[in-house]
Design a protein around this ligand. Structure first.
Ligand code: FES
Length: 169
């Protein structure tokens, strides 16, 4: 897969992020977090640029970018939706919640909608088992989820996605 060139505006944004975090190796995680927040993923070109500006080996930057699940090397949607599929959530029906999200968004877990609005992922336990099934959407933890609540949750986080789910589903 060839490297995707990032837009000049994105490049300027990355420079700004590096400048505001400082050029020290200690700032690596903060810089990657800020780039992820701005671009919704970490493009290869951005990782190369960060490595160069922080004077770090590229492998070290890649190591951090691939270690944390919060970082993605693939473009992500504007909204991040994560379903807990840990044992406690699973036995309480997380599978049905995930199926409903997949149906509404018309994607399988691990993918992003064509309009880049939503990414759907799974995780194994977020430490709130008593409130399962848990869904995390844009950082908001939603407990005691069920398939019937999915439509309203998507509506609350962007009516567009719910509409496209209805159109395709
Ligand atoms: S298994 Fe889902 S929060 Fe623990």
């Amino acid at each position: 897969m060839g490297a995707v060139r990032i837009a000049k505006s994105d490049h300027d944004q990355i420079e700004y992020v590096i400048g505001s975090n400082g050029h020290s190796a200690d700032a690596l995680i903060s810089i990657l977090q800020d780039i992820q927040a701005e671009l919704h993923y970490l493009p290869e070109e951005a990782l190369r640029h960060v490595a160069k500006r922080l004077n770090l080996p590229l492998i070290q930057v890649y190591g951090v970018a691939t270690f944390f699940k919060a970082f993605s090397l693939k473009p992500k949607g504007r909204h991040q939706c994560t379903v807990c599929m840990g044992t406690a959530c699973h036995v309480r029906g997380a599978g049905r919640v995930l199926e409903e999200l997949e149906r509404k968004l018309n994607i399988k877990a691990g993918n992003t909608t064509d309009d880049m609005e939503y990414s759907l992922d799974t995780v194994n336990c977020v430490g709130a088992c008593a409130l399962g099934p848990m869904v995390i959407i844009d950082g908001e933890y939603l407990g005691i989820m069920n398939a019937a609540k999915v439509k309203n949750v998507l509506k609350a986080h962007g009516a567009k996605a719910a509409r496209s789910g209805q159109r395709k589903g």
